[in-house]
Design a protein around this ligand. Structure first.
Ligand SMILES: *Cc1c(COP(=O)(O)O)cnc(C)c1O
Length: 417
């Protein structure tokens, strides 16, 4: 049983299991599991790591896991002897079956399961740049959980799933950027009858993403020396750190934490600016190589956040240009023979830089998180069902929340009927 306490990383106090904030301070909450040893259960997908997921039972029908494999092609190109790739996406030859093709598929199933266990009849609100919306749409559709997706208009084209979208979903499009979608989502979540998933503050999202590190370590038989990932909010980086802390506590895989190498897409790279002490550039997310990597308000300063994760692991942040990402994507796709999402290419480019600057030694064990890919295979085998938008919020800041709420409730009722 995934028995656990939710504790504040700031004051150490025990919090209610579904809390997103500590009553005393701004620190992130973190799960503390009763089981201290990594156990792999005889369950499908991510549920194999059930002891370190904050759920009471698996959610059936969803929860595909990432696969970890030792790289030959890219490893040779970069001159690495122990490069392991964690692939989150659709690649049946490797037994990777995430049908929304990104590692957001690790966050949505435990979050949806917790909503069901919570059983308070509230409607879940999820703001998204697209990949998160897809993952939550898929997980919510499996169980007809009422869900409001708040997506900025540029993200709407990413809103498809392979299953049949459930009538319990209401799609609100926002004319603005991802951060405006987040702000509107937060306001809606505070209304009676609605609840926000909490983003980085949601322990189910983080522990779900932590599966990348757990699965990686089971394959590598050791905690890696380096972990590479492309980040927007950096939540995946925090998740990898927390999973590594648990593994170090287990002790059988080593006790040295992996160095976090987080990669952002320039010029929309606030984490890179904070970390390197440079001034953030003015930027237009529409010009990014992948705008899912833009979050204007990442969880950086607070206890348990990205800064802590970087400091505790002697980590670092890279700024990657579009041209560097494009080149890295080509190198990866040619050497590993699978297509990847543009965001994942940003991590590949960071690994290339780390090799060029001798930050990583050729014999070091490296875990490279390929956070999304395999859409070409998926398209060959599955239909992609588009989720139509139900409502448009012209300006996230000027919309009347109460009018919008009425409209959302109406859409949900109409769908139900
Ligand atoms: C969301 C996302 C990321 C970045 O995730 P963080 O929340 O910043 O850890 C990276 N790659 C893909 C494909 C994503 O969808």
């Amino acid at each position: 049983m995934g028995e656990y306490l939710v504790k504040c990383t700031g004051c150490g106090s025990v919090q209610p299991p579904h809390a997103l904030h500590c009553q005393n301070d701004d620190a992130l909450l973190r799960t503390e599991y009763l089981t201290r040893r990594l156990t792999s259960r005889d369950l499908p997908g991510i549920w194999r790591f059930y002891d370190w997921l904050p759920v009471r039972r698996p959610l059936e029908g969803v929860g595909a896991a990432p696969v970890t494999y030792k790289s030959q092609g890219l490893a040779k190109e970069l001159g690495l002897r122990n490069l392991y790739i964690s692939f989150s996406g659709y690649w049946p030859d490797k037994n990777a079956r995430m049908t929304t093709c990104s590692f957001k598929d690790l966050e949505a199933p435990p979050t949806v399961e917790r909503m069901i266990e919570r059983d308070d009849q509230k409607v879940l609100v999820v703001p998204s740049a697209g990949n998160t919306a897809r993952a939550f749409a898929e997980a919510a559709s499996a169980v007809d959980l009422p869900l409001v997706l708040v997506v900025h208009s540029a993200g709407l084209r990413r809103l498809w799933i392979t299953g049949t979208p459930s009538d319990s979903i209401c799609v609100v499009s926002v004319n603005g950027d991802y951060t405006e979608a987040i702000d509107l989502g937060a306001r809606l979540s505070s209304q009676p009858g609605f609840v926000g998933e909490g983003g980085a503050r949601n322990v189910a999202r983080r522990d779900g993403m932590g599966v990348v590190m757990l699965d990686g370590v089971l394959t590598m038989k050791t905690i890696p020396k380096h972990y590479f990932q492309a980040v927007g909010s950096g939540t995946g980086g925090i998740a990898a750190w927390e999973a590594a802390l648990r593994l170090a506590g287990d002790g059988r895989f080593g006790t040295t934490l992996p160095r976090l190498h987080l990669a952002q897409n320039l010029p929309c790279a606030p984490l890179y600016s904070y970390w390197s002490g440079t001034k953030p550039d003015l930027c237009n997310f529409r010009e990014m190589y992948d705008d899912v990597l833009y979050n204007r308000k990442p969880p950086y300063e607070m206890k348990g956040g990205v800064k802590d994760a970087l400091e505790n692991t002697n980590g670092t942040v890279y700024g990657i240009t579009n041209a560097e990402a494009a080149e890295a994507r080509k190198l990866f796709e040619e050497s590993e023979e699978i297509d990847i999402l543009p965001a994942a290419a940003v991590a590949v480019a960071a690994l290339g830089k780390a090799m060029a600057t001798k930050t990583v030694d050729p014999k070091d064990t490296v875990l490279l998180n390929i956070t999304g890919g395999g859409i070409s295979h998926l398209k060959e085998e599955h239909d992609q069902n588009i989720l139509e938008r139900d409502l448009v919020a012209e300006s996230a800041n000027l919309v009347s929340d109460l009018d919008l709420l009425d409209e959302i409730n109406e859409v949900l009722r109409r769908h139900e009927a």
